[in-house]
Design a protein around this ligand. Structure first.
Ligand code: PLP
Length: 396
């Protein structure tokens, strides 16, 4: 197994300390060449033949297995496509079909809004009296009552980094007879996940955060293998059909996880992701997790010593935290803009949360110390307090 960090596997702008891999991972070396090859050789020269000779049609299955290794999913149980919001919709609608006598979708207030929005849209579309019940993150396990059809929970809170206990919540869901759907957007490539051991029915996640697949990289979906042949796909597109090229008049789902595919895959974006996933070939997730905990603990200790006006918004105990650390500060937006101007890249989430993601693949102890020094200087000198850093951009 490779020693971390492996900075030479990434293109990182010189002098930049990138603490936002939880939002958009950096460019792995090799991806540019691979994308160029797909465009100038496979597409340009092979044209339609590429679907067969270049294996484009099997990309989602191959990438699904690459990702599966990182999240404890056995080969053939994960496929790739669309965006995470779409995968949430697919998993949620399939889960509701498995509990026709129940009407409650349970989630928590730390969930990412898009997951909640998709649930609301599905409920409106079904128009059968479904209810989205949103409780505080601490209350999820006890709130899974026997009217809950599906517990739809994001393991790591995008804002605070708070991490749910996957085993405990999955067991609580199953004791109550509910279906368990995990969103691993901030888990895959960040923390150790063992989907098979958890016994959950569904999982989804995205690939442009810790998996470095590039902006808009397609999402993944997992179904527990014993259930897949019974799952009813709401988005019954032709590439989820059992025999897409038989062009039958009526939909018949594929026998395996391929039924969660919808339409034509974005081949260029998929090729970027497949290449990006090679970074993980010799990387051990337990080593990534151990290093991530060390970096986050170091960051918390150094920020609290150097920047007493900031308030920790993440769990202090690393066992309850993903791979990011957040601090609250009233002027957090402006402080973050000043930090970015000094090449320390984190981000901001309303109303007052500054987020810092730690990815041991390319961040080390020296980077952490340097980032804290710059943060301390920005606060001491009130560098942030000028009009240009208060101006809000469209993406924060
Ligand atoms: C990042 C994220 C999303 C984003 O969904 P897209 O459809 O890929 O834009 C959704 N849900 C969670 C929990 C996320 O962290």
């Amino acid at each position: 197994m490779t020693q971390l960090p492996i900075k030479n596997r990434f293109h990182l702008p010189k002098g930049m300390i990138y603490l936002d891999g939880n939002s958009l991972g950096p460019l792995p070396i090799g991806v540019s060449d691979r994308v160029e090859e797909v465009v100038t050789d496979e597409w340009a020269n092979h044209l339609i033949k590429g679907w067969n000779v270049d294996g484009w049609m099997a990309q989602p299955a191959r990438i699904g297995n690459q990702i599966g290794r990182l999240i404890g999913a056995t080969p053939g149980t994960v496929t790739i496509g669309d965006t995470l919001s779409v995968k949430v919709f697919q998993a949620l609608s399939a889960a509701l079909k498995m509990r026709p006598d129940r009407k409650v979708i349970l989630s928590d207030s730390g969930n990412f809004p898009s997951d909640l929005y998709m649930a609301e849209g599905l409920i409106r579309q079904l128009d059968q009296g479904y209810e989205l019940r949103v409780v505080a993150p601490e209350e999820v396990a006890s709130a899974i009552s026997d009217d809950v059809a599906v517990a739809m929970i994001t393991q790591v809170d995008y804002r605070t980094g708070r991490m749910h206990d996957m085993g405990e919540i999955t067991d609580a869901a199953h004791r109550a007879g509910a279906v368990m759907l995990w969103d691993l957007a901030h888990s895959a490539g960040a923390v150790q996940v063992d989907l098979a051991a958890s016994g959950c029915e569904f999982a989804v996640g995205c690939t442009y955060k810790y998996l470095n697949g590039g902006p808009g990289a397609p999402a993944f979906i997992y179904i527990r293998p014993d259930l897949v042949s019974r799952v009813e796909p709401a988005l019954s597109g032709w590439l989820g059909h059992d025999a897409p090229f038989a062009f039958e008049q009526s939909y018949r789902p594929a026998k395996d996880i391929e039924r969660m595919r919808v339409g034509t895959p974005p081949v260029i974006q998929m090729a970027a992701l497949e290449e990006a996933m090679k970074v993980w070939d010799d990387v051990d997730m337990s080593a990534v997790r151990a290093a991530s905990v060390r970096l986050c603990d170091q960051f918390i200790a150094e920020v609290e010593a150097r920047c007493p006006t900031l308030t920790l918004a993440s769990p202090r105990d690393s066992r309850n935290r993903g791979s990011q650390v957040s601090f609250e500060f009233e002027q957090g937006y402006a402080v973050m803009q000043a930090l970015i101007a000094h090449d320390v890249i984190g981000d901001f989430r309303a109303p007052d949360v500054m987020r810092f993601g730690f990815t041991p693949l390319y961040i080390d102890e020296t980077d952490v110390t340097r980032a804290v020094e710059i943060l301390g200087d920005v606060l001491d000198n009130r560098t942030w307090d000028c009009p240009e850093f208060h101006r809000k951009s469209r993406v924060t």
